[in-house]
Design a binder for this molecule. Structure first.
Ligand code: NG1
Ligand code: MG
Length: 511
C-alpha cells in the first residue's frame, strides 16, 4: 500500500494490513471489545467507524524539528483507536454535545463538552486533562472544515478511545491521540477524503494548544508513515515526508525501545525544559543574526526565526556560496556558533542589549505565549547540538539510502556510532537526557547494542537502541538485572514485558 504524502488518509476495512501476523488475533479482539464497550456505554448503538493513528519512535534528529531541520522517526505498532458515532445537530438548540470516554476508565475519566454553533471550543491548558488532547484534535478539524466552508457548524459526537501507546513514555501517545481525534472529527462531519498534509499541519498547530510549543515530527510520523519503513520528515521550505526503507542486511536492522519509567512530566515542567529549549533555539538564531548583521524572516514566514531560517539568511547573503550543499552549510553554521557565542550562557539583559530590546520587551516577544523559567540561556550549546544533530541525520540517511558494499558487517556499527554521538550531544550539550536513561544506554552497549540514545523530548521517558538480532535477549536480560529489578525489586512480569519492545515500523493513520 504505497500511499504518498499527497494522498488522503486511507479508509481500510481489513486489519491484516495494519498489524503483524502474530498480533492479528489480539488486535481483532481489541477492536471487537471496543465495539462492544461502545454499545454498552452509548445505549446499544454501534460505532459508525474507528479512526486510528500510531505512536512513533524517533530514530535520529532529536530536538531539531522546531528548528526546522530534518528528522528520521518511524511509526510503531502501538496506536490509538477512536470509535465514533456522530450526533446530528438539533435545530432547536444552539449547542451540540461531545462525549469522550476511554476504555481505561481508572486512568482516564470520561468527559463531555458543549460545542456552540460557531464551533470554537475553549481548551484550558492550565490543567492537564487527557480530554484536552481530544479537544485539540477536534478544534484542528473544525478549523479545517471552516476553511472549506465558512460558517460550518460541527455535529455532536459520542466517542470511545482505546490506546496502546504508553502515556508520557516518549512514544508520542499525545500526537497519536490528537491525529486520531482530528481524523475522527473530520469523518464524523462527512469528510471522507482527508489530505494527509492538511491533517498533519492542523494537528501540529492544535497540539500546541495543550501548552507545549512542540515541533511537527510526531504528528507527521503518525500520519505519513508506511509500514515497514522509517520516514524522513523535513519542514523547510515546506512540510515533506519520504519513506526511508531499511536496507536488507544480515543481521537485519532492529531497534529495541525501552522505557526508563522516569515520568517525563513535560507539561508541568515545560517552562524549564521543553519550552525553554525552544526559546533558547529561537534566541540563538536571533542573537547570531544580530551578530552577523542578518535579517530573519518574521514568524509568519516558512522559516521564521529558526536556526534553519538563520542558515538560509546567511547563505542568501553570500551570493558565491549559495549552492553549497546542506552539510557544508551546517558545518559553516557550527563554526559561526563557536566563534560568536560564549559558553557561559547569557542573561536576559545581555540578549536584550544585542537584540536592541528592553528586558520586558524581550520577555513579551519570546516568553509570553509559552512562559519559561531560567536565569541563563545557553545559546551556544543549544545551537551546537542542533547543527551537529542536523549533520548526523544527513549521515544516517545517506547510509540507509546507499549502504556500503560490505553492509552486513559495517552498516550497523556505522549507524550505531552516529546514534551514540547523538546521545552524547543530548546528554552533555543539549542536556535533555537523565541519569537513568544514560545508565540504560551504557548497560545496552555493554550487552551488545551498536548504538543507544534517549528518544523523544527526554528528561525521562524512552530510549532507543540499535541491536543485532542475536543480542536482543542479552540486552533485555542486562536491563532486567541491572536496571529494572534494582529500581523496582518487585516489578511484575507484565510491567517488564511492557518496558521493552522490539517494534516493527508501523503504518500511519487510517479510518
Ligand atoms: P515527545 O515529547 O516525545 O512527544 C517532543 C515533541 C517533538 C520533538 C521531540 C524532541 C511534542 C508533541 N513533541 O516529543 O516535536 O521536538 O520532543 O525531538 O511536544
Ligand atoms: Mg507528546
Amino acid at each position: 500500500m504505497p500511499d504518498t504524502m499527497n494522498d488522503a488518509v486511507p479508509v481500510m476495512r481489513d486489519i491484516d494490513d495494519l498489524y503483524p501476523k502474530d498480533a492479528l488475533e489480539a488486535q481483532t479482539k481489541r477492536v471487537e471489545n471496543l465495539k462492544n464497550r461502545f454499545a454498552y456505554l452509548y445505549g446499544g448503538k454501534a460505532p459508525e467507524f474507528i479512526a486510528r493513528s500510531p505512536g512513533r519512535v524517533n530514530l535520529i534528529g532529536e530536538h531539531i524539528d522546531y528548528s526546522l531541520y530534518e528528522v528520521i522517526p518511524m511509526a510503531i505498532i502501538a496506536d490509538v483507536l477512536v470509535a465514533v458515532s456522530a450526533v446530528s445537530r438539533d435545530p432547536s438548540s444552539d449547542k451540540v454535545r461531545v462525549r469522550v470516554a476511554n476504555l481505561n476508565r481508572d486512568k482516564f475519566s470520561s468527559g463531555e463538552f458543549m460545542v456552540p454553533a460557531h464551533g470554537n471550543i475553549e481548551i484550558d491548558a492550565s490543567t492537564l486533562q487527557w480530554t484536552n488532547y481530544f479537544k485539540a484534535g477536534f478544534r484542528g478539524a473544525v478549523e479545517l472544515l471552516q476553511k472549506g466552508s465558512k460558517g460550518f457548524s460541527p455535529c455532536g459526537m459520542d466517542v470511545l478511545v482505546d490506546g496502546t501507546v504508553p502515556a508520557g513514555g516518549g512514544l508520542s501517545s499525545s500526537a497519536a491521540f490528537v491525529c486520531a481525534s482530528a481524523l475522527a472529527t473530520l469523518r464524523a462531519n462527512g469528510i471522507n477524503q482527508v489530505p494527509k498534509k492538511e491533517l498533519v499541519e492542523r494537528a501540529i498547530v492544535s497540539e500546541r494548544s495543550v501548552g507545549v510549543n512542540s515541533g511537527g515530527m510526531d504528528q507527521a510520523a503518525s500520519v505519513f508513515s508506511v509500514r515497514g519503513d522509517a520516514i524522513s520528515i523535513s519542514f523547510s521550505p515546506e512540510l515533506r515526508a519520504e519513506a526511508l526503507p531499511f536496507p536488507n542486511t544480515d543481521p537485519p536492522i532492529t531497534f529495541m525501545i525501552a522505557q526508563s519509567f522516569v515520568a517525563a512530566d513535560k507539561h508541568v515542567a515545560a517552562p524549564e525544559n521543553y519550552n525553554l529549549r525552544v526559546v533558547e533555539c529561537t534566541l540563538a538564531a536571533e542573537f547570531l543574526a544580530a551578530e552577523l548583521g542578518l535579517k530573519l524572516q518574521n514568524d509568519s514566514g516558512p522559516l521564521g526565526t529558526s536556526l534553519r531560517g538563520l542558515q538560509y539568511a546567511y547563505f542568501e547573503s553570500k551570493e558565491d556560496v549559495r549552492q553549497a550543499n546542506p552539510e557544508d552549510q551546517a558545518e559553516t553554521m557550527l563554526s559561526l556558533t563557536e566563534k560568536h557565542l560564549k559558553p557561559e550562557g547569557y542573561t536576559r539583559e545581555e540578549i536584550g542589549s544585542s537584540l536592541k530590546l528592553s528586558v520586558p520587551d524581550l520577555e513579551k516577544k519570546f516568553m509570553t505565549k509559552f512562559p519559561v523559567r531560567a536565569e541563563r540561556f545557553y545559546l551556544r550549546q543549544r545551537a551546537q547540538h542542533v547543527f551537529t544533530e542536523a549533520l548526523r541525520v544527513q549521515r544516517f540517511k545517506k547510509l540507509l539510502q546507499s549502504p556500503p558494499h560490505d553492509a552486513n558487517t559495517t552498516l550497523l556499527p556505522k549507524l550505531g556510532a552516529i546514534v551514540n554521538e547523538s546521545h552524547a550531544s543530548s546528554r552533555d550539550v543539549y542536556v535533555h537526557s537523565c541519569p537513568e536513561i544514560d545508565q540504560m544506554c551504557e548497560i545496552a552497549i555493554e550487552a551488545g547494542s551498536y548504538g543507544s540514545r534517549v528518544t523523544g523530548a527526554g528528561w525521562g521517558g524512552c530510549s532507543v537502541h540499535l541491536v543485532p538480532k542475536g543480542k536482543i535477549d542479552a540486552v533485555r536480560t542486562a536491563w532486567e538485572e541491572k536496571y529494572y529489578r534494582i529500581r523496582e525489586p518487585n516489578i511484575t512480569k507484565e510491567k517488564l514485558a511492557e518496558a521493552v519492545v522490539v517494534s516493527e515500523p508501523g503504518h500511519g493513520s487510517v479510518v
